[in-house]
Design a binder for this molecule. Structure first.
Ligand SMILES: CC(=O)SCCNC(=O)CCNC(=O)[C@H](O)C(C)(C)COP(=O)(O)OP(=O)(O)OC[C@H]1O[C@@H](n2cnc3c(N)ncnc32)[C@H](O)[C@@H]1OP(=O)(O)O
Length: 505
């Protein structure tokens, strides 16, 4: 059976940017647009609403300029308004050629927001579409609040669709604007429309207010949607949109015999992380496919089962998405978790020693301390007194200064291979000064410090004393990325403790 191709329209740069507190700069938008099209292979991207701002205009201009020279211009879409040609003029000056015209898909919105009759609205839409055509612009049309329209003013929706399907429109975009639909309603309303207009291209645009975005997308697919609107990390207004990564996995696993999409699974994670960095919108650790924890086995029984015929694997194998399975270390670890981590470090222990190390990790977990793979050599040395891990580099002493009107500064003394070195530096904060001093020292020794890529501070969950502070730092070298943690009642000292571990990895 020939598979049905479904277009993936990514709207991270338009609806995703409507996440409260998020604003992408023009260079960030260009980088993301390139990645979405050339790395992820989405079919279309919606990059802005027309008329928003000068910065947005520049961002669109940069993207259309690039897209034109790379034969992608027809993949770049702009949300526009029924505004007597103002939006068309804006997007034309910005070099875009596809508009997603925002119209009213419910009588309620039409009557109370635009305060117009259907006849007036349709006539203005017709004018806008004809003007667009004259300017060489392709029109897709959004029926905003379509889902409420189907619930409360179905006659209006069909009157509107009868009119629209006679216009020069490439696609009709049906949004569940307020995320109100249940899966069964999505199927009922969407299939009513695809049954009546079988030759028209309808996109489905889901929102996640009830956490039903992905489930509703599945029903939209079953009901004949030819395009899906998604965002990276489920960003978007209020509770966001249906997340791209989850939908891609769902389509590939549950519709594999009937539907095909062009998105490259292996690029999902890296794009997701980059957008997390640009947006500052943190990916929840349990977010399917892209969350930090979703490929980590925590329970000892699960790690053991992975060794025995992969009993705890499902179809969501991490390598599909450019990721690796991890085995957590803590209270619920068993021998199997520890062994998996030791293998990665190229270490092995006999059964007796393995039991002792496991016991220590469980004790640390009981004290709410989080243990990483990188901590293992230290723990082994400590438990077995075997000097397995002799520290080549040690921080011997340091002074941190902080005063009003002067830049923070640090003097640090570090022993490298038994020899003592001292260095002084200033910085924007005490830890920054500390890192600058270390960096100066390393540079003199022709050594290179790993790059700090993420820095998070928190009170350890459930900690009995809120005087304790945990710093979790992610480092990157040319070969690898790794995390170290430090725990102390002083925030800078906890960061220095995390840094101390990094020096010997
Ligand atoms: C489903 C969605 O997520 S739609 C997202 C749409 N995108 C955006 O809103 C982008 C961000 N918005 C903006 O930057 C601004 O709102 C602008 C530039 C679009 C308009 O700004 P302003 O002129 O200041 O007006 P304001 O923000 O108050 O917008 C409301 C006006 O738009 C009108 N409007 C609402 N929907 C539409 C539409 N589809 N077409 C035309 N006008 C519309 C309203 O009736 C109202 O007009 P009024 O002032 O004459 O009553």
């Amino acid at each position: 059976m020939k598979k049905r191709k479904i277009e993936i329209m990514d709207t991270t740069l338009r609806d995703g940017e409507q996440t409260s507190g998020v604003s992408f700069s023009a260079p960030e938008k260009l980088t993301i647009a390139k990645l979405l099209i050339e790395e992820l292979h989405v079919d279309r991207i919606e990059i802005a609403s027309a008329r928003v701002s000068e910065g947005e205009f520049e961002a669109v201009k940069n993207i259309t300029k690039w897209a034109k020279t790379h034969d992608h211009l027809d993949k770049i879409e702009i949300l526009t308004f029924v505004d007597k040609g103002q939006s068309i003029n804006w997007m034309k000056r910005a070099g875009a050629t596809v508009q997603n015209l925002l119209t009213k898909g419910s009588l309620n919105h039409l009557t109370h927001q635009l305060k117009k009759t259907p006849e007036q609205h349709f006539s203005e839409i017709k004018e806008t579409i004809e003007l667009a055509k004259k300017e060489g612009i392709v029109s897709n049309v959004y029926l905003e609040d379509w889902s409420n329209g189907m619930r409360n003013s179905e006659d209006y929706v069909f009157q509107f669709l009868d009119f629209l399907t006679k216009q020069s429109v490439a696609r009709i975009l049906l949004p569940d604007t307020l995320g109100i639909l249940t899966p069964s309603e999505t199927y009922k309303y969407f299939s009513k429309i695809t049954t009546k207009y079988p030759n028209i291209h309808f996109d489905f645009h889901a929102h996640n207010d009830y956490d039903l975005g992905v489930a509703n997308v599945m029903e939209g697919i079953k009901a004949g949607a030819k395009g899906l609107h998604l965002t990276v990390n489920g960003m978007g207004e209020r509770a966001g949109n249906a997340p791209l990564a989850s939908v891609v996995a769902v389509v590939n696993d549950f519709f594999k015999n009937e539907v095909e999409i062009s998105v490259k699974e292996t690029a999902l994670y890296s794009v997701s992380k980059l957008i997390e960095t640009f947006s500052g919108f943190r990916i929840p650790v349990n977010k399917p496919i892209v969350g930090e924890n979703v490929f980590t086995q925590t329970a000892g029984i699960h790690a053991d089962g992975d060794n025995k015929n992969n009993l705890y694997f499902n179809d969501l194998m991490p390598n599909r998405f450019g990721r690796k399975r991890k085995y957590a270390l803590g209270k619920t670890s068993g021998k199997a978790n520890i062994e998996k981590n030791l293998q990665e470090l190229g270490l092995a222990l006999n059964n007796e020693d393995l039991k002792k190390v496991t016991q220590r990790i469980i004790e640390l977990g009981d004290k709410k301390e989080l243990v990483t793979k990188e901590d293992l050599p230290y723990i082994i040395s400590d438990v077995l007194h075997n000097n397995l891990y002799e520290e080549r580099i040690t921080i011997e002493s340091y002074v941190l200064t902080h005063s009003k009107g002067l830049k923070p500064s640090t003097t640090v003394a570090v022993k490298i291979d038994g020899e003592l070195y001292e260095e002084h530096a200033q910085g924007d904060g005490q830890f920054d000064a500390f890192m600058n001093a270390l960096n100066k020292l390393y540079t003199k020794k022709n050594m290179v410090l790993p790059k700090l890529v993420d820095y998070a501070v928190r009170i350890p969950p459930g900690s009995n004393s809120d005087a304790l502070c945990e710093t979790i730092i992610t480092w990157k070298t040319n070969e690898k990325q790794f995390i170290t943690r430090g725990l102390d009642s002083d925030q800078t000292v906890s960061a220095i403790k995390a840094t101390k571990k990094m020096l010997n990895i």
